[in-house]
Design a binder for this molecule. Structure first.
Ligand code: OGA
Ligand code: NI
Length: 371
């Protein structure tokens, strides 16, 4: 078992940027996590957060309009009546808890390789922040079987069966949501979709890539000075997040501040990512969000990211660009955007913009300033 000193050692700058500590053995928060105090009072009580994250019923006859309005105004909504059994969602959450409660040295056997993101480890954008974040994650791209074997050599099938069941349901839900999102942008017929460079059902012609990220936010002895997950946008077209019963997720709105997304039993949070912002020619904002650390709970979330393969050609849908106007974003390969974001995180969108002044400053993070 890890000791406090081992935990501290693991969070030294050279090794700590890629290996989570053994949170259970940490009796105090290492300096590498501490920020100046987060001002809770300025956002938690000020805002009626319900008003900022609409809850929509997937069976509502006006669903296209509701989805369009929610995404255009807020970049996020919660969806109920989505048809995914609560039993499967709970089983997936149980499997995630089982994974994160394994001994630290066992989890490290599935540590993701330095050049890949599948497997166990710190949040993918940790290197951009000068403070570590109070979470550990497990990322699944394709089949979970290889990593599950490393975690449970004799008993990996339970985990794999549940995860594969969840992935299948997420795939179906993401197709439904994608059709609604496209319809809300005026792309309904096969002809419209073809003009937008999509297949007859709205699929990316080169195929899609999805990832399921299991997140664990352990109880934190000093939550006022520690961030669960620092402010960021998702690179995906959209993300389907299950946040369980424990709050922590917050969304940022220009001119308003941070609002907590209240857990709605059985609902998924659906948020727009950078790709949808680009495709919609800026009509749908990409959602800036973060997760607070909490003092008491082991919070689990399941984030499913939906997007195309890196070789897809991406540009704003032409029906959303006024005749004679320049599209707000360049035409590019999706992989080029992913690489730009991997280098410049919060500045990637302005770097591929045809309109906004390009920012050239290296490093740092734009979103730190809005916190
Ligand atoms: C993410 C994310 C939110 C949460 O994984 O990108 O924003 O509630 N997660 O864990
Ligand atoms: Ni996110």
């Amino acid at each position: 078992m890890g000791s406090l000193s081992e935990g501290k050692k693991l969070t030294q700058p050279d090794s700590g940027k890629d290996t989570p500590p053994d949170f259970r053995s940490l009796k105090e928060v290492p300096a590498s996590y501490l920020r100046s105090e987060i001002d809770y009072n300025s956002f938690v009580n000020l805002i009626d957060s319900q008003a900022y994250v609409p809850v929509v019923d997937l069976a509502d006859p006006n669903i296209i309009e509701l989805v369009g309005r929610a995404f255009q105004t807020y970049g996020v909504f919660q969806v109920t009546n989505h048809g995914i059994h609560m039993g499967l969602i709970k089983d997936t959450e149980i499997e995630a808890r089982r994974l994160f409660s394994l001994p630290a040295e066992q989890k490290l056997k599935a540590l993701h390789p330095p050049d890949g993101s599948a497997g166990y480890g710190l949040t993918r954008f940790t290197p951009f922040f000068d403070r570590l974040m109070w979470n550990e994650g497990f990322s699944i791209m394709g089949s979970p079987i290889d990593d599950a074997r490393k975690l449970w050599p004799d008993n990996y099938t339970i985990f794999c069966d549940v995860i594969e069941g969840y992935l299948k349901q997420m795939q179906e839900l993401s197709m439904k949501l994608k059709r609604l999102i496209l319809a809300s942008l005026g792309l309904t017929t096969e002809e419209d979709l073809k003009m937008a460079g999509l297949g007859p059902s709205g699929e990316f012609t080169e195929g899609c890539i999805t990832a399921l990220q299991l997140n664990h936010y352990p109880p934190c002895p000093n939550p006022k000075q520690v961030m669960g997950l620092a402010a960021h946008t998702d690179t995906s077209m959209f993300t389907i997040l299950y946040q369980g019963d424990i709050s922590g997720l917050q969304v940022y709105r220009e001119g308003v501040g941070w609002a907590t997304v209240p857990p709605v039993p059985g609902a998924f949070v659906v948020n727009a990512g950078d790709l949808l912002h680009i495709l919609s020619n800026g009509r749908f904002p990409t959602l800036v969000h973060r997760v607070l650390a909490n003092p008491a709970h082991n919070r689990i979330s399941l984030a499913y990211f939906y997007g195309p393969t890196p070789n897809a050609q991406i540009k704003p849908f032409s029906n959303l660009v006024e005749p004679g106007d320049v599209p707000r974003y360049c035409s590019m390969l999706w992989g080029e955007y992913i690489n730009t974001k991997a280098k410049h995180i919060g500045k990637a969108l302005s770097l591929v913009s045809n309109i906004e002044q390009k920012q050239t400053q290296e490093g740092g993070c734009l979103y730190e300033e809005v916190g």
